[in-house]
Design a binder for this molecule. Structure first.
Ligand code: SF4
Length: 238
């Protein structure tokens, strides 16, 4: 029987990126080895067997949440942890197959470390991280070129930006990609101003990042994490 490592399954309204404000059901995988320095979900890092769930119980839980709504909530976000870690890939493929058969819209939050065609071909939307220097992790910009060429109209790049150095890294990567794709290719890229755990709302950081984006002609969309404005930066499953 297939076992999945799951941190949590819950309904919430998307708080960031271009689908902000859209209610969906989150399936959060347990287990990540990427190691971002500013990770706000370190509780998802361990591949802890205590989080094992059978495929059937994951399906049951999602359908039970979806069924609470008059027209069913058939919108999923598969996230983590790192849902594309090789240990999770067979389970993600199986979930995608089952939920697509039932007409769900599926977004996947990818950590920016790998593109897996078999999954990306089958889902509706890919949110792909470009990791900035403050995360201590590097994203290969060639992966973004591949996404832009292969998955036009169904992806966004997301970068958490803490300061000007992060912004400059995202800008350099944007230019690297733009120079290697056709002029018509869209590169939807969202800058998420960093809002750390335990921090008061970083108003000045937001303003500075908005100004930096205006100076480069608005290449990016600057979108904050709405759920943190409402509930504070520490609350989970909201
Ligand atoms: S990829 Fe996501 S869960 Fe993993 S360390 Fe980075 S921010 Fe945290």
């Amino acid at each position: 029987m297939m076992k999945l490592l799951i941190n949590s399954i819950y309904k919430a309204t998307e708080g960031e990126g271009i689908h902000i404000g859209t209610p969906q059901i989150f399936i959060r995988f347990q287990g990540c080895t990427v190691g971002c320095l500013n990770c706000d979900s370190t509780d998802t890092w361990d591949f802890d067997q205590a989080n094992e769930m059978s495929l059937e119980s994951v399906l049951d839980e999602v359908y039970s949440i979806a069924g609470n709504y008059p027209h069913q909530l058939k919108r999923l976000s598969i996230t983590g942890g790192d849902p594309l870690h090789p240990k999770h890939v067979p389970a993600v493929l199986e979930l995608v197959k089952r939920f697509k058969r039932d007409g769900f819209y599926i977004n996947l939050e990818a950590a920016g470390t790998r593109v897996i065609d078999e999954i990306f071909d089958s889902i509706d939307f890919i949110s792909f991280d470009f990791k900035t220097p403050s995360t201590g992790v590097k994203t290969n910009p060639e992966l973004i070129i591949k996404l832009a060429k292969q998955y036009q109209n169904k992806f966004q790049i997301k970068s958490v930006v803490a300061d000007e150095r992060d912004f400059d890294a995202a800008y350099a990567a944007y230019n690297f990609v733009a120079e290697r794709v056709t002029r018509e290719t869209q590169i939807p890229w969202v800058i998420t101003p960093c809002y750390d755990l335990g921090e008061d709302f970083p108003k000045e950081r937001f303003s500075e990042i908005i100004s930096l984006n205006e100076k480069v002609g608005g290449l990016f969309r600057v979108i904050g994490q709405q759920h943190k404005w409402i509930h504070g930066p520490d609350k989970k499953q909201i």
